[in-house]
Every structure is written in C-alpha cells, then in structure tokens.
Design a protein around this ligand. Structure first.
Ligand SMILES: C[S@@+](CC[C@H](N)C(=O)[O-])C[C@H]1O[C@@H](n2cnc3c(N)ncnc32)[C@H](O)[C@@H]1O
Length: 288
C-alpha cells in the first residue's frame, strides 16, 4: 500500500490562514512536485525548446519550487547562460540550492520573491519560464504584463505551462469520487481567488498582455496506479482542511476520499485520470 501517512481528518486541525497558494512547501510537497515532473518533464522541455530557449540565455524561472525543471533549463542554456530561480518559499529554494551543490551546477542562483507583489528589475532576462504558477496567482495578467514590459529584454521570450483541472477525465474504480474531488479543487481555487482552469486561457492572456509571435500547444497527461494514489493523498493533505473550512466538502467526505486514495492501487481495474497541460509562449517585439 502506498501511504504517505497524512490523513487523520477525524479531528479539527489547526490550519494555516488561507492564502492564494493552497499547496504545501515541506519535503512531502517537494516530493510530489518531483513525482509530477516525471509525468510532465519531457513535454515541458519540448515546449520550452519550441518556445525558443537557446544556449547562453539569461532565464528567470517563476515559481521554481524545489527545482523540478530548473536543472533541465540550466543544462540547456549551458555555462554561458544562467537561470535565476524565483519562489516565494525559502524552504523550496533551500532544497533547490542543496541539489545545485550536489549536482555541481554553477549557472543557477535563487531569489526569494513574491512575483505578484515585488517590482521586477528592468531588462534582466531574455527568457522567462513558469510552470503551474500563473494558476496560483490572483493577478496572472499583471505578472505577464510585468514580464513583457519590464523584465524581458527586447526580443526576449516567455513560456508558461499551466493545467486546466476541469478538463480532467477519470475512468475506472471510484471515478465518481475522483470527479467530485476534481470539482472541489476548482471550487477551492475560486474561493481563494485563483483559477485552476487557467491553462485554456493562456494564449489569450499572452495576446492581451502584448506578446507577439504567440504559439501554444495542449497535451493530455495520464496519471494512474501508485502515482495517482500518492498525488491524490498529497492534494488531500494540502487541501482537505481548506475544503472543510470553505464549506466545499464535509469532514466525512474528505476522510472517505483519503481512504479511497490510499487503497487505489489495490483495486481490481485501474483508475486513470487524463488531465491536460497547456503551453503558451510569445516574444517581446524588438524596436524597429
Ligand atoms: C505548483 S508549484 C510548481 C513548482 C514548479 N514550477 C514545478 O512545476 O514543479 C508552484 C510554486 O510557485 C510558488 N509560488 C506561488 N505563488 C507565488 C508568488 N506569488 N511568487 C513567487 N512564487 C510563488 C510556490 O511556492 C510553488 O513553489
């Protein structure tokens, strides 16, 4: 049984104040992001290359987390390039730095920053990358606009990869429960003032914020077996108490989901979730 030892929803727990970022920043949250990277990593790299990442680029990565994509970006830009990994979580960046020393990467630096609140430096980057970050922001268009008009150099490029929870389809045992959970996640996003379906609007947002030469792609990802079980348990750990506080799901519903998520890999028949990622990219026009 794959257990991550998290779910006792029988008692009211002390939860942290509700912020727009509903996921965690501890070691288990970092492991979940790395697990997700195994599913979405290769596609992400393909999107970034299509978006025009080059050797020598000065990259800013928004919401890098513990660095699930950072090392791939740093390897692509090589020793003449650089990746500045930005995150609001000092804990995630600490983990990234530990790996950076272990793996002997010398072209990465980190910066703790809230990209919504802080002023970005002018013309520092010629490539901005972010995955699963805009969907966690109150004002994603404001951040895209800052990238386009301040942070990126003329001719610079941006590439974002975002999910769209309400386009997930589920088959197999407990499909109804998983579908209800997915709807609850979308509702929690709305409650927190963020949009977990942002992916499908990404292209429009890039157009609206002044990028040119826009490209976009959609890819369906498949989550199944123990990966689906662990990620579902993890999301319940992070969001369960918030569902209850927001009145989106009852305590017994959350406990029931936790039990199902734990025993998912033992079911005869496989539960499978197909969920899309949308990539969108664009360029800042150079002066004539
Ligand atoms: C879902 S994780 C994605 C991490 C990584 N990009 C990946 O794909 O594995 C989102 C990350 O964005 C960070 N984040 C959320 N809101 C932020 C903000 N306003 N400013 C900077 N970082 C933020 C979180 O701390 C978290 O590490």
């Amino acid at each position: 049984m794959v257990l991550i030892g998290l779910g006792d929803y029988s008692k009211k727990k002390e939860s942290e104040p509700m912020t727009t970022y509903a996921l965690g920043k501890d070691g288990i949250a970092a492991e979940a992001l790395d697990l997700q990277q195994r599913i979405v990593g290769q596609d992400s790299l393909n999107f970034v290359m299509q978006a025009g990442l080059k050797t020598g680029d000065q990259v800013w990565e928004f919401g890098s987390g513990p660095g699930s994509m950072t090392f791939d970006l740093a390897a692509q830009v090589g020793p003449t390039g650089h990746v500045t990994a930005i995150d609001q979580s000092a804990e995630h960046l600490q983990r990234l730095e530990e790996q950076m020393h272990e793996k002997r990467f010398e072209n990465i630096s980190t910066q703790v920053m809230d990209i919504e609140k802080e002023v970005l430096p002018a013309h520092e980057a010629n490539f901005v990358f972010g995955r699963y970050i805009l969907m966690h922001l109150n004002n994603p268009e404001g951040v895209l606009k800052k990238c386009q008009s301040i942070l990126l150099k003329p001719g610079g490029r941006a590439c974002f990869i975002e999910g769209c929870w309400d386009e997930s389809t589920i088959q197999g045992p407990y499909a109804d429960e998983l579908t209800l959970f997915v709807k609850s996640v979308v509702a929690l996003g709305k409650h927190c003032g963020v949009d977990y379906t942002l992916g499908r609007n990404l292209k429009k947002m890039l157009e609206k914020t002044g990028f040119s030469e826009i490209g976009s792609k959609k890819k369906m990802l498949t989550f199944t077996g123990s990966t689906l079980s662990v990620l579902w348990q993890r999301r319940l750990h992070e969001m369960g108490e918030k569902f209850i506080e927001a009145g989106i799901a009852s305590r017994s519903q959350v406990e029931n989901w936790q039990g199902i998520a734990e025993k998912l890999p033992q079911q005869s028949g496989t539960s499978t979730m197909h969920s899309p990622v949308y990539a969108g990219w664009g360029r800042v026009s150079s002066p004539e």
